[in-house]
Every structure is written in structure tokens, then in C-alpha cells.
Design a protein. Structure first.
Length: 387
């Protein structure tokens, strides 16, 4: 019988007529998948995917999805889920299963035609703007938007990154590498949010003041270069979250082409994967100031302390995490599928040494794990439908 956390080792080759993948993290230890069959015989390599299962113990194995670019893949066919398709599963080397990877597979197999129709809508929106400044942080959404603008507009699209203390230096390096790889015009602009008392006091509107500063500087660049449009990477999934920065975008009339195209986060990741963008599976990130609790003043010193801690966690091999600053106490959020690695006495010792050396007196691991926007949990805000 199939477990909710792992699949038994499959026969050497198994034909599946249909596949549906569920992300299961009930224990917070492993991502897993579940497969079942549906009749159908349509063959189309466009939607084909390869999946491999490798046994980690004699009884069970974790499911891992192999991208199309991986050598020695074996396809047994494929097609639109609604019409039915065939897919081969066979044993082989495993790759880490992540939520992003599973969601990308689900999106790819759901409706390829509808997905590419949305991308064409995005291209059409950008084409109609003629010249754009792209607010580019280097994350999955803004990177895809910068790439799309470059595809459509070429040198009439300029990606601009804020040179701010709230952006980790490693993220700046990643952002530079991406635009260099794809030949995207790119510049930095200096932002001065750390000179704004309303930003430093770190109330629930901190993000508004940050984005207000960014869009103000972008408007200055736009006037100097005669580029009338600013676009930024908010997507359809972001609309229901508490994001004061979207209010700043409205004030400055910044446009949201990903929203206009109806693209969700998972769809952006899948289109990025298909385009060969290395950002497709980049962990979600936010500015370093988001690690400081509301009401605790934001300073360059405390955001740099957070940055140093997060670089140490990255060096330990963790992918999705947050270092939450609470004065003398640090609260570490680790993704559920990486929690087993964190919950060892050896790792506890490493965490203690790292974060006490950064000045913290108490080092804690949040047992709820990583979740996006956890600092917003204390706000208890009701988001209006207009936001």
C-alpha cells in the first residue's frame, strides 16, 4: 500500500496512463508524490515529463522529477491531461523534490495551451507599452518579467535594481549573472529608504515606504531616459496577501503585466523552466528588513546581521529559510522538507555557534517551519478587496 510520504520502489519500467502529483508535507520531513492511472493514449512530447524513483531504504523511496534537460531521460509519451497521456517511470538517480518542482510539473501537465496563451498575453501587454523600466530584484517573478520584456522589446526594456542595504549582496550577484547570461540591459539605482524615519520605525506600512522610494527613483530615471512606463513583478497570487508595496505601485502608476496576463507564481516558474531561466526554482525571497518584527526599528546593522546569518544557513546546504531577528533572540524558520536536517544535535550545535557569534544570546528553531510572511501573522489585519 502506498504511504503518504513515500512510494514503494517501482518495477524497472512502469507505464502510467495519467499522473497527478500531490505535495504532501504533513510530517514536515519529506515532499512526496502519489500517482494513479486513467485511460488514454494521446501521445505528445510537448507535455512529456520524466520521473525517477530511487530507494533510500529497502522498503521505500522518494519520488524525484527529472527536468527535460537531464541526460538519459526516458519518455514513454505524453499529452494533455484532459485527453489522457502516457508517462514512463523508472528507477534512477534522485534529485531533491521541492514544492516548486512539483507545482511546475502539475502546471506543465494541466493545460500547456492555456499556459502559453497567458505568456502570449504578457508579450502583447509589454509590446503595447513600447518602452519600459523593469523593477528587477533578481527573484523568480521579476527575472521572468525582465526576460519577457527583453524578448519583446530588446534594448527598449531596461531592468533596474535598487542598490539597497536591504538586498543581500549574494542576491545582487545572482541578479547580475542572470542579466549577463541573457543579454538584458541592466543598471543599479541608489535608494535611500534608510534615511526615511517612516521606513526606519518599521510599522505595518514599511513596505509602502520602501516601494515608494523605489518607484520615485525609477520615475527619475524614466524622465531622464524618456521611458514612460514602470513595470514590476507582482503576480496574480500576490493580490490577496498583505502587501503595502502594491499601494505604492498604484500611487506611482506602476504597471503589473504578470497580473494583466493572469499568471500565477507556479505558472511563472513553469514558463521560466521552459525558457531555460535558472531562476525558475529559486527560493522565494524578500528584502532583509522583512526579517525584523514590526515595531522594532530597522537599522543597517540588524539587517546586515540577518544577512550574515542567512549566508551561513545557505553554506550549510539549506535552501528555503528565514532568519527572524528578535533582539537578543533569533528565530530560525526552515522549510518543512528540510526540517529533519535541522532537527539534529549536531546541527543545533552549529546553529548555536553561528548565531551566538553574531551577537544573539538565544538561538531558537521555529517548529512551524518556514512560511512566507510570518511576521504578518501578528498584524491581524483584514485585507480589503481593493488591495
Amino acid at each position: 500500500m502506498y504511504s503518504s510520504l513515500a512510494l514503494p520502489l517501482l518495477p524497472e519500467t512502469m507505464m502510467i496512463r495519467s499522473i497527478e502529483v500531490l505535495y504532501a508535507a504533513a510530517t514536515g520531513l519529506y515532499a512526496s508524490a502519489f500517482v494513479w492511472a486513467r485511460k488514454g493514449s494521446l501521445r505528445s512530447p510537448r507535455a512529456a515529463q520524466a520521473a525517477r524513483i530511487r530507494s533510500n531504504t529497502p522498503e521505500t523511496g522518494d519520488l524525484a522529477v527529472i527536468q527535460n534537460s537531464v541526460p538519459h531521460r526516458r519518455f514513454c509519451g505524453g499529452g494533455d491531461v484532459r485527453s489522457g497521456f502516457e508517462l514512463c517511470l523508472q528507477p534512477g538517480p534522485a534529485v531533491p523534490v521541492t514544492y516548486n518542482l512539483i507545482m511546475a510539473l502539475v502546471v506543465a501537465l494541466s493545460s500547456p495551451a492555456a499556459l502559453h496563451e497567458k505568456q502570449e498575453k504578457l508579450f502583447s501587454v509589454l509590446r503595447g507599452l513600447e518602452r519600459v523600466l523593469v523593477a528587477y530584484s533578481g527573484g523568480a517573478d521579476s527575472a521572468y518579467l525582465a526576460w519577457a520584456a527583453h524578448q519583446v522589446l530588446g534594448d527598449r526594456a531596461l531592468a533596474v535594481t535598487a542598490d539597497s542595504s536591504s538586498m543581500p549582496e549574494s542576491h545582487k550577484r545572482d541578479a547580475e549573472a542572470f542579466v549577463a547570461q541573457f543579454g538584458i540591459a541592466h543598471e543599479y539605482i541608489e535608494t535611500r529608504e534608510f534615511e526615511n524615519p517612516d521606513y526606519l520605525k518599521n510599522d505595518a506600512n514599511r513596505c509602502f515606504h520602501c516601494k515608494d522610494e523605489l518607484f520615485t527613483r525609477l520615475e527619475e530615471v524614466g524622465r531622464a531616459r524618456q521611458i514612460p512606463n514602470i513595470v514590476y513583478g507582482v503576480n496574480a497570487d500576490d493580490l490577496g496577501d498583505y502587501r503595502p508595496g502594491q499601494n505604492a505601485a498604484k500611487v506611482h502608476q506602476a504597471k503589473a503585466p504578470l497580473v494583466e496576463a493572469g499568471l500565477t507564481k507556479a505558472e511563472i516558474r513553469e514558463l521560466s523552466r521552459q525558457a531555460g531561466l535558472p531562476t525558475w526554482d529559486r527560493p522565494a525571497s524578500a528584502c532583509l528588513s522583512s526579517r525584523i518584527p514590526y515595531g522594532t526599528p530597522v537599522t543597517i546593522e540588524n539587517v546586515k546581521t540577518v544577512e550574515a546569518g542567512e549566508e551561513e544557513l545557505k553554506a550549510l546546504g539549506f535552501r528555503q529559510f528565514r532568519v527572524r531577528y528578535h533582539g537578543e533572540l533569533v528565530r530560525l524558520e526552515i522549510a518543512g522538507d528540510e526540517m529533519a536536517k535541522a532537527l539534529t544535535s549536531e546541527m543545533a550545535g552549529m546553529f548555536t555557534r553561528i548565531f551566538k557569534s553574531l551577537g544573539f544570546k538565544y538561538v531558537t528553531l521555529d517548529l512551524e517551519g518556514y512560511r512566507q510572511g510570518s511576521m504578518n501573522e501578528v498584524l491581524n489585519l483584514k485585507i480589503s478587496s481593493q488591495e
